[in-house]
Design a protein around this ligand. Structure first.
Ligand code: FAD
Ligand code: NAP
Length: 344
């Protein structure tokens, strides 16, 4: 049985260009598309594949490919959304890791499951959402997260992770740190509200709702406002290759923020626990990168934090631009930018 699945599932010499939103040309020696946990376990246990380097691929919207994958790409296509339980106040919604994140958001909104409307239109799949605790407009995955199941690559065993186990932080989780490369997330269960408690205070949501003529928004209307703002500001990867924010917003001690504020009175800063979060896009813009074209790449004209591929960029070229930006922000502000995108 394993052999027949092996033959059916493994493709050779696959171009990864359609599978990464930067649109970068890279080649995978082997690719397996897995549609279920048992299929994934067969691939992991296969003796022919054991020695291959493994790369887990979701929607490819948070990766920078700087080289070919001389090994096995496992493309997670585990499907299905279901309500697996409810309490007086919540629905527990489980989604397969291969479901497109925005489709899950739309499904929840259509059924009145509240809490993820601010996370509308984030590209990628459900399985990658816990990786960096996706966030936008004042909501993070951790705010609605219940648990996830993941398959350990070495053993093929399925393990359940609670929110505490995931060690979520700002665009962080245990899967990006201590357990990096050890687990493949197969499903995610969210705890969503039966009572909508909309959060419109962040960014331009209220302004957009006003422009839409809405004063008491439903979750669907909040979602639409977020979609409108995102579509007006962010380059569509189908038109211009990109991976969203290339860098994380740096979090600095309050004393550092005060020092910067004395020199740059307009510098934005937001409370982040006992520290201050700076806007990486603002720092990059001040260094003159916004809209700048460098060879086949550059920083986007509407959002400096987004690096783009003008068509023929290589991953190395984009990486080198990111190095230059990191250096210039450090030289100007003494602040180190960390990449959010996963560099391969
Ligand atoms: P991929 O790019 O395929 O993978 C990302 C990483 O996760 C890789 O290291 C991969 O190996 C690993 N991985 C993928 N699936 C699994 C799995 N099942 N198990 C274990 N590891 C896995 N992010 C935000 O947080 N907020 C935003 O508002 C936002 N906006 C964006 C806007 C644009 C235009 C773009 C292009 C990106 C944006 N992003 C945003 C980044 C990106 O959409 C998210 O990080 C998303 O969760 C990535 O999902 P993916 O399936 O594409 O992951
Ligand atoms: P924006 O509204 O122009 O704001 C710039 C930055 O300031 C954001 O990164 C945001 O940090 C921070 N910010 C704004 N208002 C804030 C508030 N009230 N409290 C705390 N922090 C605040 O940002 P944008 O580029 O248009 O993005 C809007 C939202 O979508 C943001 O949440 C952003 O993270 C998310 N987004 C993420 C990606 C990605 O790839 N990760 C890409 C596009 C958009 P935060 O980033 O911490 O929210």
């Amino acid at each position: 049985m394993a052999a027949s699945i092996f033959v059916k599932m493994i493709e050779q010499n696959v171009s990864l260009k359609p599978y990464n939103t930067f649109g970068l040309n890279a080649q995978a020696k082997l690719m397996a598309r897995v549609g279920s946990v048992p299929e994934l376990q067969v691939v992991l246990a296969d003796g022919n594949l054991k020695r291959e380097e493994r790369f887990i691929l979701g929607g490819g919207s948070n990766i920078l490919l700087t080289r070919d994958v001389d090994g096995l790409v496992i493309k997670n296509e585990i499907d299905g959304i279901e309500v697996i339980g409810e309490s007086p106040e919540h629905y527990f919604v489980r989604s397969g890791a291969g479901v497109v994140w925005h489709e899950l958001v739309m499904h929840c909104i259509a059924n009145g499951y509240a809490g993820i409307e601010n996370l509308s239109l984030i590209p990628g799949n459900v399985g990658a959402a816990p990786m960096q605790n996706i966030g936008a407009y004042g909501v993070e995955l951790k705010d609605v997260f219940h648990s996830l199941e993941a398959v350990e690559m070495a053993s093929g065993n399925v393990e359940t992770f609670s929110s505490a186990d995931c060690q979520f932080g700002y665009r962080e989780s245990v899967f990006k740190r201590k357990l990096k490369g050890q687990f493949i997330i197969s499903s995610v269960t969210l705890k969503l509200s039966k009572t909508p408690n909309v959060n419109t205070s962040y960014g331009a949501i209220e302004q957009e709702l006003e422009a839409m003529g809405i004063s008491s928004p439903t979750i669907k209307e909040v979602s639409q406002a977020v979609i409108n703002i995102r579509q007006s500001k962010l380059p569509d990867p189908k038109v211009l290759g990109n991976s969203g924010s290339f860098f994380k917003n740096p979090v600095v001690p309050n004393s550092k923020f005060e020092e910067l504020k004395a020199k740059y009175p307009n510098i934005p800063g937001y409370p982040a626990g006992a520290e201050t979060k700076l806007a990486a896009g603002w720092l990059i813009e001040q260094c003159g990168w916004k809209g700048k074209v460098v060879g086949n790449t550059g920083s986007h004209s509407k959002q400096a934090l987004v690096l783009v591929n003008y068509g023929n960029a290589t991953g190395v070229e984009i990486f080198e631009l990111s190095e230059q930006i990191i250096r210039s922000v450090y030289d100007t502000f003494g602040v180190h930018l960390e990449r959010e995108v996963n560099v391969y």
